[in-house]
Design a protein around this ligand. Sequence first.
Ligand SMILES: Nc1ncnc2c1ncn2[C@@H]1O[C@H](COP(=O)(O)OP(=O)(O)OP(=O)(O)O)[C@@H](O)[C@H]1O
Ligand SMILES: [Mg+2]
Length: 452
Amino acid sequence: MRWLIHDYREDDLAAVVHLIDTTAELGQESVFSLAECISALTSRQPAVVAVHQGVPIGAALASVAGERAWVMRIAIAPAWRGRGLASSLLRELERRLVACRVRRIAYVLPEEELLGEGLRNAGYTRRPAAAYFEKDEPRAGAASGLLEELGGRLLPGDLWAKVAGMETEKNLIERRVVAPLAEPERAARHGVRPPRAIALFGPPGTGKTTFARAIASRLGWPFVELLPSRLADEGNLAAALRDAFARIGQLERALVFIDEVEEIAPLRTEAVQGGMHGVTNELLKLIPGFREGEERLLVCATNSIRSLDPAFLRPGRFDYLIPIGTPDAAARSAIWSRYAAGREDVDLDALVGASELFTPADIEHVARVAAQAAFERDLAGADLGAADLGAADPGAAGPAGTGPAGTVAAGREAAEGASTTDYLAAIAQARPTVTPAMIEEFGADISSHARV
Ligand SMILES: Nc1ncnc2c1ncn2[C@@H]1O[C@H](COP(=O)(O)OP(=O)(O)OP(=O)(O)O)[C@@H](O)[C@H]1O
Ligand SMILES: [Mg+2]
C-alpha cells in the first residue's frame, strides 16, 4: 500500500508543523508563513494528512473565505517527492473544499517551482505576471437549493477515469454521448443532435450505475437520481414524477438517473396488472418535454430490458440503448490492477484467468475478502511476534514453484496486502453473480434491443 489520506486531526499538529518547517528550504515554501498555517490548522480550516505505516509523510492545508479557498501549503517529506503524493493530497483537499461550497480554489506560490506542472495537470491555470494558480469548480448556481431538494449533487471530477477497463463501452459512450453533449456546437455543424436519453442494460453489477455517475462527473453536470420508491412516498407516483421533472426543468443542466426503470415502465400487460399503467404513461408524456431542454441527459438503467414497454424505448424517446456486459480479460486485468496497485508480486494473469464471468462488483467483493484475509494475518502475526510472521503467512508457506505467491518473502513483505494465493482462494469461494444462462440471455437482448 502506498499511503492513506485522512482529515487533519488535532494530534497531527506537531507532525504537520514539522513537515512544513523542514520542507520549507526544499522549494516547497508558500506565501503563507508557518504561523499562518498553524493558525489555519488550529481554527479547523480544511486540511488533510497522508500517512504511511502510521507516520505522517505529507500534508495539504487550505483556508476558506466565502466561495474562494486558498491552498496554503502542500508539504511532502523528501523521500516521498515525485511519487504523485502532492496530486493525491490536492485532490482530497479539493474534495473537502467543494463540500464547503467553495467555487474557486487559488494556490499562490512564491515563484514558479516544480509544483507548477502538477498544478496545470490538475486543472489550474497560471495567471500572467504572478505565479498565481486558480481553478473554477462547476457552479451549481442559483438552482443549488432546488438541486438539494431533488437530492442531486455534483460528483467528484475523476469518476470517468476511475472506471477501470470496459474500453469498448467507454469508447462508445465517449463518442456517442459525452462528446456531442460536451461540444454541442461542433456536433451541430455535422447535423448531430446531442442525445437526451439513453438506457444502459446488462446483468447486475456490471457497472451501469457507475457509468451513469461517471458521465455526470465527466460532463461536470449535477447528478440527480430519481428513486421511484421515494417519489411513491408522496402518494401518487405519476404526480410525483411530473413534479420532479418540472423541477429538473428549472435546473441549468443535469444528468437524471432512473435505476431499475423496468419497475416504472414495465410491459403494458404487467403494467396494467401491477397498477403501473398510469405511471408508464406519465413517463412517456414527460420525456418529450425533457428532450426539448439543452444540457440535460436522462439515463435509465435496467437488468431486464426485455421486460420494458417497447413504446417507452422507441427511437425518438431513447437515442441509444447501450449494453454493459461482464468485463473481458483486458477489462478484468484493469479492474484487478486497481486493487493490487503497485504490487508486483501479484500474478494478475492468474487472477484474470480465474475470474471469467466475474462482474466488477464480484471482483470488488473478492478483493475485499482477500485484503481482509491479509489484514487478519497481519493482526495474528503481530500477536505471535515477528519471529512467527512467516509461519502465519500461507503465501510464504505455499509450495515452491506456485508462481509469485510462493515466492513472496516471509515477514514484512508478505504482511503488506493480499497475495495471489489470497486472491485465488477468495475467487474459489465466490459465486459469480452472472451465470452462463444469463450471458446467453444478454446476448439475445443485445441482438433484439441494442441501439448504438
Ligand atoms: N469498470 C469498473 N471498474 C472498477 N469498479 C467498477 C467498475 N464497474 C463497476 N465497478 C464497481 O462494481 C460495483 C457495482 O457496479 P454498479 O453498481 O455500477 O453496477 P450496476 O450494473 O449498476 O449493478 P445493478 O444492476 O445491480 O444496479 C460498484 O461498487 C462499482 O464501484
Ligand atoms: Mg445499478
